[in-house]
Write a protein that binds this ligand. Structure first.
Ligand code: UT7
Length: 323
């Protein structure tokens, strides 16, 4: 059975952190941030939790697409910022949304989490186990940001997006690519209890630490290769794709990938300029911006590719077909 994404909803907190805010707390300036990252502003929660933001995003989906979520039969929740290790975010969301009987799992794949979630949802539907799957991405990254480190604090923001994946007779989710390079795990990490990783010393401050330059180089090189591989395994070419949605970590990464794979900038969707790096949320948030700006239309082919901590990546092509 084929499946597709049939609806989307998002939530961003009201509080805006502009670049000028960071000029007051670290040695940086608006010009550097815009030139090196493309980011103009990002959002930060007041008191909202990761699961509360997801609930608000799900309500947005319900209202916009007139969808009943009470019969969702599986929830896949992608996040690296859960407040509790147990219970899972997915099971908290099941209760909050009054969903009667659903399987629930959390998925941790950092910024690639949303695409991994879509892949799992597609697989569950294709083997006939499920019919209505909520794939959720929600992150409160500002809670895990070191506001004394100018190389990371300017990057991250908070947001949530959810999509529904349902069986479809005229649209499909294509074969994915994914992979992991665990030997580079220390390039991006968020650790609370351990003081070493892969035999190397790390900071266990519960704040995100990254080797930005290393991730930047890896992301441009590997994602360019993997986009070409994703097209090849699905017998598609760049011209067949209506919109490319790479993970929005840095506008320069997106521009470099587009240039490598010969994609026109007008065919890319991003959320980094307005909302910063929201990890698992950047891809669905960029898609939602494309829908709200009347760029994405039913029938469009979308190529999404996430990458980040792991290091891991996942890419997929989807026929967008809101129902
Ligand atoms: O989503 C998870 C995966 N993460 C990523 O994809 C992140 C990928 N990496 C990046 O986005 C970029 O590497 C950063 C935005 C983190 C950094 O940009 P960059 O162009 O790679 O800068 P850099 O690290 O090469 O630093 C250049 C200079 C350095 O100064 P010196 O050594 O040349 O004197 C930094 O100390 O810029 C300095 N710098 C800053 N200056 C002003 C670093 N951060 C800042 C800052 N404001 N916020």
């Amino acid at each position: 059975m084929n499946s597709t994404i049939t609806g989307i909803g998002s939530y961003v907190p009201e509080k805006i952190l502009s670049n000028s805010y960071f000029e007051k707390i670290v040695n940086t300036n608006d010009e550097w941030i815009v030139k090196r990252t493309g980011i103009h502003e990002r959002r930060a929660v007041n008191n909202e939790t990761t699961v509360e933001m997801a609930k608000l995003a799900a309500n947005d989906l319900k209202n916009r697409y007139n969808k009943d979520l009470s019969d969702v039969d599986f929830i896949i929740f992608s996040s690296s910022t859960a407040e509790h290790k147990i219970p899972s975010l997915a099971s908290q969301l099941q209760y909050m949304l009054d969903i009667k009987n659903a399987g629930t799992i959390d998925l941790t794949a950092a910024c690639a989490g949303f695409v991994y979630g879509i892949t799992l949802a597609q697989s569950l539907i294709s083997i006939g186990f499920n019919k209505k799957i909520l794939v959720v991405a929600s992150e409160v990254l500002t809670r895990h940001t070191d506001y004394s480190d100018r190389t990371t604090c300017i990057l991250f923001g908070d947001a949530a997006s959810v999509v529904l994946v349902e069986p479809s007779s005229n649209s499909k989710i294509y074969k994915p690519v994914f992979g992991t390079e665990g030997e580079n795990g220390h390039a991006v990490y968020l650790s609370e209890f351990a003081n070493e990783l892969n035999g190397l010393p790390i900071k266990n401050t519960n704040k995100i630490v990254q080797d930005g330059k290393k991730v930047f180089k890896w992301a441009v090189e590997r994602m360019s290769q993997k986009i070409n591989e994703l097209l090849t395994i699905n017998n598609l070419q760049v011209k067949d794709i209506d919109f490319f949605i790479p993970h929005s970590a840095n506008l320069r990464i997106i521009e470099a990938i587009c240039s490598n794979v010969n994609v026109d900038k007008s065919k890319t969707l991003q959320s980094v300029t307005q909302f910063g790096n929201t990890s698992a949320v950047t891809i669905p948030l960029a898609l939602d911006l494309g829908i709200k700006n009347s760029l994405v239309k039913p029938g469009n082919k979308l190529l999404m590719i996430g990458f980040g901590g792991g290091l891991t990546y996942a890419g997929i092509i989807v026929d967008w077909n809101e129902i």
